[in-house]
Design a protein around this ligand. Sequence first.
Ligand code: GDP
Ligand code: ZN
Length: 308
Amino acid sequence: MKRKQREQTPTRTTTMRVSANFGRRFALIEDSAPGVAVQARTMGKRLRPVTGDRVEANALEGEKDWVITQILDRDNTLVRPDARGRPETLAANVELIVVVACPAPAADFFIVDRYLAAARLMRAAGLLVWNKCELAPLPDDAQAYVDIGYPLVQTSTKTPSGIDALRDAISGKRSIFVGQSGVGKSSLINAICRAPIQRIGEISTASEEGKHTTVAAQLVTTPDGVALIDSPGVRDYAPSITNMADVAEGFGEIADAAARCRFANCRHRSEPVCAVKLAVADGCISERRYASYLRLAQLTRQLNTGRY
Ligand code: GDP
Ligand code: ZN
């Protein structure tokens, strides 16, 4: 017997934001009303939305699930290798990368530089947080980021201090928190949201499937404009820069000086006349940042042996 296809008249098509994805199911919100989420699935398996995506979705008459029909162009993506080494997209449309460092565990400013370079290359803004500030004053190497134009907020989740300033600094921007393990990312996120954040998978109204599937990443919003994309994978995100030419672009002050180098393809390493090396010699570019640049360039070269 030929089964009559069920009528699925879309009641309306709306542009929505993916706020969580668990397996093949999604939670969608409207940017203007982030407190209300609807459940959705995709039309076909080809569409692979991720948290942060803008999508076109239809509410269907008589159905709880919305259907995602299209992913709108992404400004950027957060990609990492999955367990088998294949690139996996964790999130999209990240506007701000919040890099957290602290006195203990000791800050590794090369890691900070690498995150900030990744942020620039993604065309996301960067913000440095000096957490556990009650333990030690801001070191010169951290203060130096302010001199090259990065915003910096000092925080302590213990005293507490700087939490309101940090909330203000990230408000209105889809953000992720990154940094070494133990610097206080979870503590800061909970302090900013004023409560331990609830994982979508734990919400009782979540689908059965949702309860059994790990949430890849979740967009956590608060009434005061916080929009954090969070997951263990996002917090452990280690950016890999794959294109040599990009490395200098990741360091704003080096990219600026590089415009004055004699050779357009200058690596700012051993070239005889190099505006970047001159700026380092003059003290206009910090030796530490320049050393980070050389180290990151070296790392990238190793990843690309054969291509460089
Ligand atoms: P994460 O690994 O970056 O998410 O770090 P956690 O939030 O789990 O924090 C790691 C440790 O640092 C925990 O023991 C926290 O209690 C502690 N911690 C977090 N913030 C502060 C702070 O401002 N001051 C101090 N002294 N300890 C903190
Ligand atoms: Zn140069």
